[in-house]
Design a protein around this ligand. Structure first.
Ligand code: BES
Ligand code: ZN
Ligand code: MN
Length: 501
């Protein structure tokens, strides 16, 4: 898909579809009035009829009349005062998805109504909307099939129309947005693929291919090396499956190299290719969703590739512990005591609290490789979705200054997080008779305790992003297909790029 920025009025630009964002009460004056006049009053008539309004992501196709585009698409964008970056991305995505199954080669989007009210103006909007269009084109129903006719259209050209501004700068911003969207979609495709297709070995092969494509250093560790190194927690989860575990390590820049913020940032993603719960087996209801328990790993693998595309050579480490959590004669039993890579003895009271085990060893390993700052992403708990739902990602972090950096990256990315407390006193509940701690201790405060457990493996500034609620959605929305969402990809990329030279 080619992205073209046109500095012009929207009625002059030929395209199969022209998307017109509708903010607040439809005031048909200025350029919107001209679009309406040229549509022979069709926009006004449909607004009066109640068909066109500003309800977010609601799209209406309209006859173009004398406008240069062959169809108009009015797309609800909410109230001007509430327009934020997340909404800008979703408007792009919703426009693209509204055209599912239609024959569209060129989609034009008029940026001015959004650029007038969003911080960052047209440059920001161009990047966010372009990213949205790419993300909106994602359709997991085509991963295994090639006979799907309802997919969002494959565009030859995305045309972004701005009444003013520097076309070169806007094009650069839009191209960056496209790459961000492609990265999120790469994470989503990997994540949506089923567990019989993507084992830890296959995930490692995919990472290898991605690393070669983007000039990243990669190291993949199997069970022998992981055992020899002392990754007792990682191996405890991986040993129950016939599909052997893989510790995937990717790097951009050189070993231990500091970025312009004097960081060697590591992003660490939970890669459980299937979480049956192990011996502490899950109920069968919705167990099929646990193929997406690798979303964190898929996201960090995609994010380091995106960083390599946008700012090659930026120092960044990605670690993705990949395992299949299965019951069987070789599985870890509840009550087994294992030694973590950092030397702590861990009493595995629940084999379904496996994410924290593989992440703990991956975090220690990242620090051994020189990481100064850690961010982990994981579908770690069901509790986070009960607390925050599917729209807000739970975050734990220390110290507060590092959370501020993550929050600033999230704001640029247009993603929502809510910080949860690391309540020191609760660590007492995780004491073990046999080990330094147990990996699980009942329902009370279990979300906080998942963060406390991980904290035991961070000696540097660290943030934990729990995407158990936001990593995948069960129901399609106007702006996203069901399945993996790619959430946190944009935040991780923004966080890493803050340290680009
Ligand atoms: N992968 C799950 C968490 C999860 C469940 C994410 C449902 C998204 C949807 C994780 O490994 C898990 O099983 N967590 C347990 C922890 C408990 C045993 C302490 C949970 O949340 O129930
Ligand atoms: Zn899990
Ligand atoms: Mn589990």
């Amino acid at each position: 898909m080619l992205v073209r920025v046109v500095i012009d009025q929207p009625w002059n630009v030929p395209a199969d579809v022209l998307a017109i964002p509708i903010l607040g009460d439809l005031a048909l004056d200025g350029p919107l009035g001209e679009l309406d006049r040229r549509s022979s009053g069709e926009l006004a008539a449909l607004a009066a009829f109640g068909e066109i309004n500003s309800e977010r992501y609601c799209g209406t196709l309209v006859k173009p009349g004398d406008n240069a585009a062959r169809r108009l698409l009015a797309i609800g964008a909410g109230n001007a005062a509430e327009l934020d970056r997340e909404t800008a991305v979703r408007i792009g995505a919703a426009a693209e998805r509204r055209l599912g199954g239609r024959t569209v080669r060129s989609l034009a989007i008029w940026l001015d109504p959004l650029a007038a009210v969003l911080d960052g103006g047209a440059d920001a909007v161009a990047g966010l909307v372009a990213r949205g269009v790419v993300e909106g084109a994602f359709d997991p129903s085509t991963i295994y099939r090639d006979n799907v006719t309802t997919s969002p259209p494959r565009l030859d050209e995305l045309i972004l129309i701005s009444g003013s501004g520097d076309a070169v700068a806007l094009t650069r911003a839009a191209e960056r947005g496209v790459i961000m969207g492609e990265g999120a979609n790469l994470a989503r495709t990997l994540s949506n693929r089923s567990a019989n297709d993507v084992s830890p070995e296959v995930l490692a092969e995919e990472a290898w291919t991605i690393a070669e494509r983007h000039g990243l250093w990669i190291d993949v560790m199997g069970p022998d090396r992981a055992t020899e190194l002392g990754m007792g927690m990682f191996m405890a989860v991986g040993r129950g499956s016939d599909n052997p575990p893989r510790m995937i390590v990717m790097r951009s820049g050189s070993e231990g190299q500091r970025d312009s913020l004097d960081r060697h940032l590591a992003i660490i993603g939970k890669g459980v290719t299937f979480d049956s719960g192990g011996i502490s087996i899950k109920p069968s209801d919705r167990m099929e969703e646990m193929k997406m328990d690798k979303s964190g790993a898929c996201t960090v693998i995609a994010a380091i590739a995106t960083v390599a595309r946008l700012a090659p050579g930026t120092p960044l480490l990605a670690v993705a512990p990949a395992v299949e959590n299965m019951p069987g004669p070789h599985s870890t039993r509840p009550g087994d005591v294992v030694r973590a890579l950092n030397g702590k003895w861990v009493d595995i009271t629940n084999t379904d609290a496996e994410g924290r085990l593989i992440l703990g060893d991956a975090m220690t390993y990242a620090e051994r490789l020189g990481a100064t700052h850690l961010v982990d992403v994981a579908t770690l708990t069901g509790a986070v979705s009960r607390a925050l739902g599917h729209l807000v990602t739970g975050a734990f972090a220390q110290p507060a200054t590092f959370f501020s950096d993550v929050a600033a990256a999230a704001a640029r990315a247009g993603e929502r997080y809510w910080q949860l407390p690391l309540v020191d006193e609760y660590i007492k509940d995780m004491e073990s008779w046999y080990g330094d701690m147990q990996n699980s201790s009942g329902a009370e405060g279990s979300l906080v305790k998942s963060g406390l457990f991980l904290r035991e493996f961070a000696t540097r500034p660290w943030a934990h992003l729990d995407i158990g609620g936001t990593g995948y959605i069960r129901k399609a929305t106007p702006y996203a297909a069901r399945g993996a969402t790619g959430v946190t990809h944009a935040t991780l990329v923004e966080l890493a790029l803050a340290g680009a030279a």
